[in-house]
Design a protein around this ligand. Structure first.
Ligand code: AP5
Length: 216
């Protein structure tokens, strides 16, 4: 099974991807996490990635598609993937469809998260992220058990540089101009289901479980 989680920054894609990957035993592939990992290194590629991410801009398709295809060729992705934050442009969506066809695979469902702009901004300003495994927390609604420490791996939590208010504004603008058109792309393929992404994490989990017919 291959599932895409589509939605604006702060919609809860990473949070729900972690739940779904565990529940359905699928690989969780998040291009943002992949890029942040590589961006910590000291290579020309890391500098290029940082230069886009710091400004809230999309990393060019050529780099993104190459890294994504390498990632999904790894053994843990053979049984299916939860795509979190990919695709984000028409070119990426087409490249993914073509790559899956070559493997006799396909996208089964695209879950489109609907969340108001006000709620997105509130969530991103309260987010802290694990510096190692990138698990997301929210200082009010889903805080870690020990302040500043990741429940999953024990590493320190940090605020993402691109969660600064001006960068969030840019990321939202980029989402609505470059990524939101994919809603129609997947609607035309009959694969899109929209889910209300507001309410508690558990509320959203239940809605997603219901559209995917997952038993609790
Ligand atoms: P990326 O890391 O993908 O960021 P994003 O899409 O902007 O998504 P976020 O991680 O900000 O939000 P999310 O929807 O995962 O929400 P989360 O679960 O964390 O991309 C970063 C950058 O990388 C991009 O700007 C771009 O430069 C580059 N990039 C990545 N992919 C690319 C691609 N394909 N092409 C080109 N460039 C690419 O939740 C947010 C917060 O809300 C957390 O604090 C969480 O705890 C909380 N929360 C979650 N659910 C709820 C709930 N129901 N109620 C209350 N709080 C909640």
């Amino acid at each position: 099974m291959n599932i895409i989680l589509l939605g604006p920054p702060g919609a809860g894609k990473g949070t729900q991807a972690a739940y779904l990957a565990k529940k359905l035993k699928l690989a969780h592939v998040a291009t943002g996490d992949l890029f942040r990992k590589v961006a910590k290194e000291r290579t020309p590629l890391s500098e290029t990635l940082r230069s886009y991410m710091e400004k809230g801009l999309l990393v060019p398709d050529e780099i993104t598609i190459r890294m994504l295809l390498q990632r999904i060729a790894e053994p843990d992705a053979a049984g299916g993937v939860i795509f979190d934050g990919f695709p984000r442009t028409n070119t990426q969506a087409r490249a993914l469809d073509e790559a899956l066809v070559r493997e006799n695979k396909k996208i089964d469902k695209v879950i489109n998260f609907e969340v108001s702009r006000k709620e997105l901004i509130t969530r991103l300003s309260a987010r802290c992220t694990c510096s190692q495994c990138q698990a997301p927390y929210h200082i009010i609604t889903s805080p870690p058990k020990v302040a500043g420490i990741c429940d999953r791996c024990g590493a320190p939590l940090l605020q993402r540089a691109d969660d600064a208010p001006e960068t969030v504004k840019k990321r939202l603008e980029v989402y609505f101009t470059e990524t939101a058109p994919l809603i129609d792309y997947y609607k035309a393929q009959g694969k899109l289901v929209s889910v209300n992404g507001e309410g508690t994490v558990a509320d959203v989990e239940k809605r997603i479980a219901s559209v995917l017919n997952i038993k609790k």
